[in-house]
Design a protein around this ligand. Structure first.
Ligand SMILES: Cc1ncc(COP(=O)(O)O)c(C=O)c1O
Length: 364
């Protein structure tokens, strides 16, 4: 058998680990659990699990449309927003076409590109931030660019573009390049930096904004994401969409989660207070980090991140080593509840102490 040649550039995704009895802070999930309204809805929808879902997810799209003030036919739902990235590559990349992607960012962009025989061109990220001028220069130098992925806030650094920087990129992107603005963590952003997705899609006909229910709504296990764009893009994506890509229970629970303002507020408050506390604790330990506008933080541990993560797991907490993101001495940690942060700090201190001990040990 001969798998397609493109598969030579693909590797199996290695998800954040889940070990029994170990606190998982490796996948940027909501530390408060799922939205309670979503759970209630899940229970009542379970009785209808024998029927196929509405393939067009009408009710959920209409609910999203109301929330976003965009027409429902400018919204598409996905089995997680990562499915919509794959749809974008399926719809817009011919073999050999280029996708421009920052060097230290979410891996699914390169996966989707490689899956459809596209070519990835990366741009540097000084100080862990997207470089708008590097994006624009690369687009000029590479006229075969069909996709530009912009992760804002960026996973794994948590850094953000300002509104002005984002608009500069959009203004300078040629009309034949689709910009995919991935806003998986936008609800955590400082209001002064948060961009207005619906206003942007009205202005830019080559923009697709992606968001998800996996983070602030606490529904990562249900797999629901959505995209908004002008009609032509949504129509195009619908051509490559699987007929029943989001499940019946997931659609219902996601719609309920949108109404759970109290849960969203608590999630945001937990994140902001945890973030402030972590900044102080890391500074006290002399560790550097990127200031984050997401629900995770990227920390430089000044040692091999994989070995560090192994040691952290042995001390009861899984975190994400950023080796596969090209940041060999950095880890990414979900900002947890107060108790989770206590556990993280205990594991961190034990890990730092054992690394210091092995550095001090005399060589044989
Ligand atoms: C930047 C970014 N985009 C998208 C996703 C995927 O979201 P979903 O669970 O909706 O597929 C993640 C998940 O961690 C992410 O970090």
């Amino acid at each position: 058998m001969y798998p397609r040649q493109a598969l030579e550039r693909l590797h199996e995704y290695v998800p954040g680990e889940r070990r029994a009895g170990v606190l998982k802070l490796s996948s940027n999930e909501n530390p408060l659990g799922p939205s309670p309204r979503a759970i209630e809805q899940l229970r009542s929808s379970a009785a209808e699990a024998h029927i196929y879902p509405d393939g067009a997810a009408r009710q959920l799209r209409e609910r999203l449309a109301r929330q976003l003030s965009v027409p429902a036919d400018q919204v598409i739902t996905g089995n997680g927003s990562d499915e919509l990235m794959v749809y974008a590559a399926a719809a817009y990349l011919n073999p050999g076409d280029i996708a421009v992607i920052a060097r230290h960012t979410f891996s699914v962009y390169a996966f989707a590109t490689n899956l459809f025989d596209g070519r990835v061109i990366t741009t540097e990220m000084p100080h862990g931030r997207h470089d708008p001028d590097a994006f624009v220069a690369t687009l000029r130098a590479q006229p075969r660019t069909r996709l530009l992925f912009v992760c804002n806030p960026n996973n794994p650094t948590g850094t953000c573009l300002s509104r002005g920087e984002l608009e500069h990129i959009l203004d300078q992107t040629p009309a034949e390049t689709l910009v995919i603005l991935d806003e998986a963590y936008c609800e955590y952003m400082d209001p002064s930096d948060a961009s207005d997705g619906p206003a942007l899609i009205r202005r830019y006909p080559n923009l697709l904004v992606l968001r998800t229910f996996s983070k602030i709504y606490g529904l990562a296990g249900l797999r629901v994401g959505y995209g908004m764009a002008q009609r032509e893009i949504i129509r195009t994506l619908n051509k490559v969409k699987l007929p029943f890509n989001t499940s019946l229970v997931a659609q219902a629970a996601a719609a309920a989660a949108l109404d759970d303002d109290g849960f969203v507020r608590r999630s945001l408050e937990t994140n902001l207070s945890g973030r402030g506390r972590l900044y102080g604790e890391l500074e006290r330990r002399g560790l550097t980090y990127y200031r984050t506008q997401a629900n995770f933080i990227c920390i430089n541990v000044r040692s091999d991140a994989r070995a560090f993560a192994e040691q952290m797991a042995a001390n009861g907490v899984t975190i994400r080593p950023l080796t596969s993101f090209g940041l060999d001495d950095c880890i990414r940690v979900t900002i947890g509840t107060g108790q989770q942060i206590d556990a993280f700090l205990r594991a961190l201190d034990s890990t730092l102490a054992s690394i210091r001990r092995s550095a001090d040990a005399p060589a044989d």
